[in-house]
Design a protein around this ligand. Structure first.
Ligand SMILES: [Zn+2]
Length: 49
């Protein structure tokens, strides 16, 4: 289930983005992945550096 728009998916979705945020596993659908890509990368950068 997409953590952003709530889209449900049946079975594994290889095109979805998997992200661990605050210890919680979250998946984002293809559309939300594009919107969140920079935000996710920005968060990772903030955590690592
Ligand atoms: Zn979504």
């Amino acid at each position: 289930m997409c953590a952003r728009c709530g889209t449900r998916a049946e079975g594994p979705q290889p095109t979805w983005t998997f992200s661990v945020e605050d210890g919680a596993r979250r998946h984002y659908c293809e559309a939300c992945s594009r919107d969140n890509l920079r935000a996710i990368e920005g968060r990772l950068d903030a955590q690592w550096w």
